[in-house]
Design a protein around this ligand. Structure first.
Ligand code: NAP
Length: 274
């Protein structure tokens, strides 16, 4: 598995697993658990969850049980909990649901009404007590990142943002800004929650590679050396298919065809959010 190194020094796989909407339906639970476990077995050991994803942390607890050290668990605090004491309480509640002693990377889910300083103070305290091993942010545009780095002498381990063929705005400024500082970006919703996969351009490129549109969508995001992605899959078949995308290499012709169908940004585009 190709890896990237976070500013915190942690080495993580470029292909992980998302968990939004997993663990919500009891009748699908066994399949979802098997899918997450297969992903871990295949090296997709970076698992993205959040206190907001109802039921997902419980499923992650089961998936990582007995193999905690192999896994890199990302969790997130919602902005309305992100006061100093609220962040610590939210983290401790997530630790209990995950039945783990630490979260590998703890993110502010998006920027809300609470000032950033108390959240940063809470992150520092959680780091000092070993409850989290790195901290970062999600859904921060460049202006938010500038505010953030003005408040601390540390850099966030990541910015987790919406990035797929249909939302390319971050190529203009956010990816280069993070790259200059050695901060890998985590691309969420690489399939636009599945709706991207019916697009004719993706299908055409997929046909040339005897691949699937999902694999092309992942290979496209992973063409950057320092971008991680976290597709969500509920079945073992989808996990296997997504993992196999690591073997795909898009040609300049493929990339040009995708650029014609999904134009790259030519100016600043405000960060899109799902
Ligand atoms: P996504 O990963 O873009 O798409 C998920 C959809 O794609 C599901 O319907 C899934 O179906 C389908 N799929 C997965 N593999 C497939 C394959 N090989 N072929 C065909 N369809 C496939 O959407 P997402 O869940 O929004 O994003 C991924 C993760 O990013 C989330 O789970 C979450 O962890 C994270 N996220 C973070 C934020 C944030 O604010 N930080 C926001 C959104 C998402 P099945 O379920 O049937 O496999």
């Amino acid at each position: 598995m190709r890896t990237v190194t976070l500013p915190s020094g942690h080495v993580v796989p470029v292909l992980g697993q998302g968990t939004w909407h997993l663990g919500e339906e009891p009748r699908r639970r066994a399949d979802e658990l098997a899918a997450l476990r297969l992903g871990i077995e295949l090296g997709m050991t970076l698992i993205d969850t959040a206190e907001m994803y109802l039921g997902a942390e419980d499923l992650v607890r089961e998936a990582i049980a007995g193999q905690r050290d192999r896994c890199f668990v990302i969790d997130k605090v919602v902005p309305n909990h992100a006061t100093r004491s609220g962040t610590i309480a939210a983290c401790e509640a997530s630790l209990r649901r995950l039945d783990t002693e630490w979260i590998d990377l703890y993110l502010l889910h998006w920027r809300g009404a609470v000032e950033l300083e108390p959240t940063l103070e809470a992150f520092a305290e959680l780091m000092a007590t070993g409850k989290i091993r790195a901290w970062g942010v999600s859904n921060f545009d460049v202006a938010d990142l500038l505010d953030l780095v003005g408040l601390t002498d540390q850099v966030p381990a990541t910015d987790e943002v919406l990035y797929n063929l249909a939302h390319r705005g971050i190529e203009w400024d956010l990816v280069p800004w993070c790259r200059r500082r050695g901060i890998p970006v985590i691309a969420y919703s690489p399939f636009e929650e599945g709706t991207l996969l019916r697009h004719p351009a993706l299908r055409a490129v997929a046909a040339r590679h005897a691949a699937t549109p999902a694999q092309i969508a992942l290979a496209w995001v992973l063409r950057h050396p320092d971008v991680i992605t976290i597709p969500k899959a509920s079945s073992r078949a989808h996990v296997r298919e997504n993992h196999a995308a690591l073997e795909l290499h898009l040609t300049p012709e493929d990339l040009a065809e995708l650029d014609r169908a999904f134009a790259p940004p030519r100016r600043k585009v405000p960060l899109d959010v799902l």
